[in-house]
Design a protein around this ligand. Structure first.
Ligand code: SF4
Ligand code: SF4
Length: 630
């Protein structure tokens, strides 16, 4: 290409300006992330798994394509395009200087530029498809269209479409030169836009996925008794800052959030974007309160901690450490005061249970059901939990499950004394109280030498198995809070003994509601279905397994009183009833209780039963049939 020295200098100057602006903007973002404080207990373990996630979820775009196949593929083409066009773009800028990185006449060059042509074609179609979805279809989960988003999409479109005519027009012709300048101008404007707003996910979401905290919905431990939780910029950790900046505003978290879907103020996307806004406006060293300027306190306390947002976020954003961190901060700074929460905390510290019932009630239940007391000689320690010990619906589940254990000949006992596992206190941000409860319980479990614990409550299972282990900061440098026993949920227990349970087709339909803390938190999806399928035909509701819709009770919300907007239990109960199944099976005492509360408005139909109650019913029917036959 024959170009004057002035034009060459202009190209170099514009390229320099574009790259400088990019560096300044991206440098500002990096400074805010790196300026945030380090995260307690963060370790970069399992590098192999992290590299695999980078390969599978970033490079192959597997999750994005799986969740939304067509838009996912279009998005993948654009990402792959960045790699595919790298050499072609270098060649593009070398052209005025009569230099070429790839010899277009060679076989390899010919192959590469044909590949670029076809790729540019696929990318042009992709961007047109994404634009159609954004401007014409207008998915309600996508963010409102900003001028910057419009400009970015238009520039990418120009960059792609100007790759195409080079095959049939000469670079030396007027048309060829015009296309070259159009392509150059679009690229030079696009480069400094990459570190802005949602565009920066291109650079940051791979990092966010790689540095993601281990474990699902893992709430980082406080740094010590004086750590106030997430109050201001000074407490935002580097991982949270990186995740906040990596949000691509795709709205997948919003789409699956039960709170948002029932008319609450909470939108998980706005939690990440709120921190992003805070860091942009005030920086990581500001003492300005986050809940005053960037995130709604009301929204923070509407979260059920169901984990749907983290499950579906393709950028590796972990919302719960942010939400629970803000709850901790609101509690410690007294920015949130709720009389129901105050009553709950008082019940937990005075009576050791969330219901505020005297301990004697638990003893009466144990005596009434003739439950053996655990003394270390039995195989299983049956954890009752607050629901199993005090709530009539939870007690019925315990009664059924103990009859199954007796039927199977498994030895078990219940602790003579047991306190709440601390689940509601932990999720509402009261770590001190959770810690006290965990400590008392651990002493009891150790004293009686429990080796295997089984529980009907997935919230207790999670808290005992994982949260207690994270509360070590109060016992300096020791491992004293670790539970020596294994703990499992009763559905896992039942699945293991499935061969010994009744197996006779009843011809009846049952639908199963996946409790969040059993499915998403523990990855237990097949066990309950395996048990139910022995006697029933299992029909699935539209939102099932990892897409399950929360019953609304988690995160301590069941103790907080009335919900705003539509009730989550009613919304989910209606969906389960609509499957037409005669029985709705659950595997969490909270789910069972709140679904039964919703039954009147769910136009009553099926029975809402825990899986233990269903299995016990089958055992009884089988025994009756055998008795009649003999
Ligand atoms: S954990 Fe569940 S309720 Fe909370 S923000 Fe995420 S999706 Fe919404
Ligand atoms: S938090 Fe994740 S799922 Fe939600 S909008 Fe951002 S990138 Fe999408």
């Amino acid at each position: 290409m024959d170009i004057s020295l002035i034009t060459k200098s202009l190209v170099l100057a514009l390229l320099g300006a574009s790259l400088t602006l990019f560096s300044i903007r991206f440098g500002r973002v990096l400074a805010r992330i790196l300026g945030a404080r380090s995260e307690s207990q963060f370790t970069l373990s399992d590098i192999g798994q992290r590299c695999w996630i980078l390969f599978w979820e970033v490079l192959c775009q597997a999750r994005v394509i799986r969740d939304r196949p067509l838009p996912g593929l279009a998005h993948a083409f654009l990402l792959w395009g960045f790699g595919a066009f790298l050499l072609a773009e270098a060649d593009h800028f070398a052209l005025p200087f009569d230099y070429s990185f790839v010899d277009r006449q060679s076989a390899a060059g010919l192959f590469y530029f044909w590949f670029v042509f076809l790729f540019a074609l696929a990318c042009t179609v992709s961007i047109a498809g994404l634009a159609f979805r954004r401007y014409i279809v207008r998915s309600e989960w996508l963010d409102p269209i900003s001028a910057e988003t419009n400009l970015t999409l238009a520039l990418i479109f120009v960059v792609m479409i100007t790759q195409l005519p080079r095959w049939w027009i000469s670079d030396e012709s007027l048309a060829g030169r015009s296309v070259w300048w159009l392509h150059t101008a679009a690229l030079l404007i696009l480069i400094p836009l990459v570190p802005r707003a949602k565009n920066r996910h291109i650079l940051l979401s791979p990092a966010a996925l790689f540095f993601k905290r281990e474990g699902f919905s893992a709430i980082p431990a406080l740094r010590g008794p004086l750590d106030p939780g997430l109050v201001s910029g000074r407490e935002i950790s580097r991982i949270s800052a990186l995740q906040a900046y990596a949000c691509m505003e795709c709205g997948r978290c919003t789409e699956h959030c039960p709170a948002y879907n029932t008319g609450k103020e909470l939108d998980p996307r706005l939690i990440a974007l709120g921190l992003n806004y805070y860091l942009d406006e005030f920086g990581p060293h500001s003492s300005k309160r986050i809940l005053e300027v960037a995130v709604s306190p009301q929204a923070v306390f509407e979260c059920t901690t169901c984990g749907a947002c983290e499950t579906h976020c393709p950028a590796g954003i972990q919302h719960l450490p942010m939400i629970v961190g803000l709850r901790r901060g609101a509690l410690s700074s007294q920015a949130w005061q709720d009389k129901n929460a105050a009553r709950l905390f008082q019940s937990l510290s005075e009576h050791g249970n969330a219901m505020g019932v005297a301990e004697a009630e638990r003893e009466r239940f144990i005596a009434w059901q003739e439950l053996p007391v655990f003394d270390g000689s039995q195989e299983y320690c049956l954890w009752l939990g607050c629901m199993g010990a005090f709530d009539p619906r939870g007690r019925a589940i315990i009664a059924s499950f103990t009859r199954i254990m007796r039927h199977l000949g498994t030895s078990f006992g219940v602790l003579s004394k047991e306190y709440c596992s601390g689940d509601p206190a932990r999720r509402l941000g009261n770590d001190a109280l959770t810690s006290e409860l965990a400590e008392i319980n651990l002493k009891l479990l150790r004293h009686y030498g429990a080796r295997k614990i089984v529980s009907i409550c997935p919230h207790c299972v999670r808290t005992i198995a994982e949260d207690w282990n994270q509360l070590r900061e109060r016992v300096a440098g020791s491992d004293q809070r670790r539970v020596d026993a294994t703990i499992e949920h009763h559905t896992e227990f039942l699945a293991r003994y499935a061969e010994l349970l009744p197996m006779e087709a009843t011809g009846r339909h049952v639908t199963f509601h996946d409790p969040c803390y059993l499915g998403r938190y523990r990855n237990v999806y097949d066990d309950p279905r395996k048990v139910l399928a022995r006697t029933f035909e299992v029909v699935e509701p539209p939102r099932t397994r990892e897409r399950s819709f929360c019953c609304g009770a988690g995160g301590g919300l069941v103790f907080l009183g009335d919900e705003r907007g539509q009730r989550m239990n009613e919304e989910r109960a209606r969906e389960l009833v609509a499957t037409g199944a005669g029985i709705v099976a659950t595997a969490c005492p909270f789910c069972t209780a709140v679904f039964r509360d919703a039954a009147p408005s769910a136009e009553i139909g099926p029975q809402f039963l825990d899986i233990a109650q269903i299995v016990e019913g089958q055992i009884r029917s089988e025994a009756e049939r055998k008795a009649i036959a003999t």
